[in-house]
Design a protein around this ligand. Structure first.
Ligand SMILES: [Zn+2]
Length: 349
């Protein structure tokens, strides 16, 4: 996974291992190697070699930084003026004053309970009303039936909501639509944003769709999950926070927040695939977690994934998707994956 030329989902994790291997040796004068800071505080470094940004985690507290920048950001919203950390020959050198400030910030008291609660989960059944999505007509025993994406995903979404409500006490679970109505894409993401009473509230966005390939029938089958790549820049920082900052600071903050959303989206997608692999051996997942540029994922300023639940023009997938029993089973398993992700997300990291 570390060798892919594209930005692989776990670049960060790979870079972390790499960083642990590289950041050894003596510190230079008037600065210390970041390893010393980590040892002193028991913190963990996530270093992204691709974007050259780092996040130091200590319990619930995080400090984001970029070498050469005179600011660091605590918990993704609180600015700290620092003497810049220096990246040199594969190592991170922390100036003395910065070392003291970060050590102090990282050794503060931590609250061990419900650290980053998820306020809401928005389930978005794709299409609806005059937009049926993809469809296929088949003749079974002389009877012709047409299956529409909008109906399949609506039924799944209702099961997913009910199941998540059973599994999770904390977050509110919402549907973007609960009937066969047309809903513009922008309204779906705007609805999700409206659920935040605070710009830093955690809201997750999960869109459900059915795949189709251009061929009349295809051998491709199974579940695919899409997330947005970090290189696809968005204004993820809420306007009210961005407006209160200097432009260059808000740009850096925006990049750091985006990086977090990308990592969180990949982790959520991975948790769903793990649940499917464990509980639904008949459903292939080799197509995996993929990079996408779908509107609903792009416009969601929050961890967000789009699940393609199967191919309508694959005969085996359609045979499964056509039944209420399978729609419910898949929803139950997706819910288990999302719930596992939420519990992980809310814990210490
Ligand atoms: Zn669709």
């Amino acid at each position: 996974m570390c060798t892919s030329t594209h930005r692989p989902p776990f670049t960060l994790m790979c870079a972390l291992l790499l960083a642990a291997a590289v950041f050894t040796g003596a510190a230079e004068s008037a600065s210390s190697d970041i390893v010393e800071l980590l040892e002193r505080t028991g913190a963990v470094l996530e270093w992204d070699e691709f974007t050259r940004t780092g996040v130091i985690w200590s319990g619930q507290d995080s400090i984001s930084f970029a070498p050469g920048e005179p600011i660091a950001v605590a918990n993704f919203h609180e600015l700290m003026r620092i003497e810049p950390i220096v990246y040199q020959r594969g190592r991170l050198h922390v100036p003395e004053t910065t070392f003291a400030a970060l050590a102090d910030r990282l050794s503060g008291p931590t609250d061990l309970v419900r650290l980053r609660p998820v306020r809401a989960i928005v389930i978005d059944p794709g299409h609806g009303g005059r937009d049926p999505g993809t469809h296929r007509t088949v003749t079974i025993g002389g009877e012709t039936v047409t299956y529409y994406e909008k109906d399949i995903v609506l039924e799944m979404a209702k099961h997913l909501k009910a199941e998540l409500e059973k599994l999770l006490d904390g977050p509110e679970i919402h549907l973007t639509r609960d009937s066969d109505v047309y809903l513009p894409l922008k309204e779906r993401t705007e609805f999700a944003h409206s659920l935040r009473s605070d710009p830093l509230d955690n809201v997750l966005f999960v869109s459900l769709h059915v795949n189709a390939s251009p061929l009349p029938w295809t051998d491709a089958r199974g579940v695919e999950i899409y997330y947005l790549p970090a290189t696809q820049r968005r204004q993820v920082l809420e306007e009210e926070i961005a407006a209160s900052l200097e432009p260059e600071v808000s740009a850096i903050l925006n990049d750091l927040k985006e990086e977090e959303y990308t990592v969180e989206s990949v982790l959520m997608g991975k948790a769903v695939l793990d649940a499917i692999a464990r509980d639904m051996p008949e459903t292939p997942i080799e197509r995996g977690v993929r990079v996408a540029n779908f509107f609903v994922v792009r416009e969601a300023r929050m961890p967000s994934i789009l699940i393609e639940t199967g191919f309508i023009n694959n005969r085996e997938d359609l045979a499964l998707l056509a039944t209420s029993e399978y729609r419910q089973r898949l929803a139950v398993v997706i819910a288990a994956g999302i719930a596992a992700y939420v519990r992980d997300f809310e814990q210490l990291r």
